[in-house]
Structures are given as C-alpha cells and as structure tokens.
Design a binder for this molecule. Structure first.
Ligand code: OGA
Ligand code: MN
Length: 249
C-alpha cells in the first residue's frame, strides 16, 4: 500500500521521490459505494462545547493563576485537517517587534491565518466562540482574535518573553494549539511558563492540546529536537482590523 503521509519528520532524502514500492495500489482505492463520498470540511467539524469544557474550577484557575491546559480539543476530522494544512504551507521567518530576525531569540517560521485558509479559518472561528465564553464568564473584553501557524525547525525555540511588547496591552489572552502526534520529552520544544503566583510550569506540545494563558505572563519555548508545529493565537481587546497579518510580534 502507498503511504500517504503529511510531511512531519519525513527524512529529506526519502520524501516524495521514493518510488521503491512498485506494487503500490493506485490511490484513491475505492472499495465500496459508501467510501466514494468524500467528507467536505465544515465549520461544525470544529465546534467545541467551550462552556462545558471550561468548568468553574478551570475558570477559577485561569482567573487566579493565569493559565490552563485543555486536552482533546477537536474531533479527529478537524485535527487531521489542521495537521495537514500546517504541514504543507509555505512558512516565512518570524520577526521580532522591530522587524529584525534574531533566530537565536525567536526561531519559528510562521504563516498568518486569513480567509484563504480552510481549516485554520474554522479554527479561528472556534477560538472566537471560546473568546465569547471567556468574555461572559470573566469579563475579558475580547473583541477579536488572530492566529498564525508556526513551525520551529530543529534546533530552534523562542526565548523568554511576554506576548505584549513594552507599552502595549492589546493582547489579553494567548492560546497555543499543538499539532505534533507522538511528541515525547526527548523531542524538546516544551513551553515553560511562569504563572501569576510566580510558579514555573512546563507544558509538552502534544497534538490536540490547547494552552490558554494571560498574554502578559512570561514564557519561552525550549529548543525543538524535532520539527514542531502549532497555532499561536491571540485574543485581543482592540477592535477588528481585518486580517492584519503584519502585526509581527
Ligand atoms: C509565541 C509563543 C508558545 C508555544 O508564539 O509567542 O510563545 O508553545 N509560543 O509555541
Ligand atoms: Mn509567546
């Protein structure tokens, strides 16, 4: 059988050019009538019952310590669509606030999500629903969200920072959704974060996990030993600027 894989961690030399499996079945291989109909991705594939997921103890923890982690966010269809989209897009170097790139401080490559994306755009819609639940419960005053796919090449991370540059406060809540299957501690790339009580935490970037934290908390991404894919997301208090894509911090 031909293996159809996303390009996570495919060794460079044997990616698309490996034709050694001459007896491979031609794809698509249709077995019966029912498997002929393709599933068309829809916004409801990304629906999450956020008010149910955000229990009162979790909301309390978020209000007090400033961060929470939620696992198993999306159903398989949505997760796979996000993994596929993140694996095949063209990434650009991320920059620091002043527009310079210093890869030993920030080594990720990014792509801002806009209407041209399918899975990413549905993801952002779901985040907007999360934002309205947070607004209702915690009066966070979020007015819009922005997000970019991020890919940390091997050997790169993102040193200690907060998500608002000095003198700015538009970003209220940050959220990072992780995309790599089977991430282990040996793969590096953990997120370290210091909460409102000054307690230091380490979070593994495992697929289908969303960490939500106050944007002013200090955090860093440890060096990745494997290509690391995620969606960095910000819920903002300023009004909607349609698909900015150039807020490079
Ligand atoms: C960021 C960031 C954390 C992560 O992009 O600003 O801090 O775990 N990302 O990817
Ligand atoms: Mn950050």
């Amino acid at each position: 059988m031909t293996m159809i894989s996303s390009n996570f961690d495919v060794p460079e030399a044997q990616s698309a050019t490996d034709h050694s499996d001459k007896t491979a079945t031609v794809f698509p291989y249709v077995e019966d009538e029912s498997s002929k109909s393709l599933h068309h991705l829809q916004s409801k594939d990304f629906s999450v019952d956020w008010s149910h997921r955000l229990s009162d103890p979790m909301l309390d923890a978020f209000a007090n310590q400033g961060w929470i982690v939620l696992d198993d966010i999306f159903a398989a269809t949505a997760l796979l669509a996000l993994q596929a989209e993140s694996g095949f897009i063209h990434y650009r170097d991320a920059q620091l606030t002043l527009g310079e790139r210093i890869s030993h401080i920030r080594g990720d490559k990014i792509r801002w999500i806009n209407q041209d994306f399918l899975a990413g755009f549905y993801y952002l819609q779901s985040i907007n629903e999360l934002a309205s639940v947070l607004n209702r419960n915690l009066f966070t005053g979020i007015r819009h969200s922005e997000a970019h796919y991020a890919c940390y090449p091997i050997g790169f991370g993102y040193q200690w920072h907060s998500d608002n540059p000095v003198g700015r406060d538009e970003r209220v809540i940050s959220a990072v959704f992780y995309l790599n299957d089977d991430w282990t501690a040996d793969d590096g790339g953990a997120l370290e974060i210091v909460d409102h009580d000054g307690v230091h935490h380490t979070v593994m970037p495992v697929a289908n996990r969303l960490i939500i934290f106050a944007s002013d908390l200090q955090h860093q991404v440890q060096l990745a030993h494997r290509k690391r894919y995620s969606i960095a997301t910000w819920m903002r208090r300023d009004s909607l600027v349609p698909f900015i894509g150039d807020s490079n911090y």
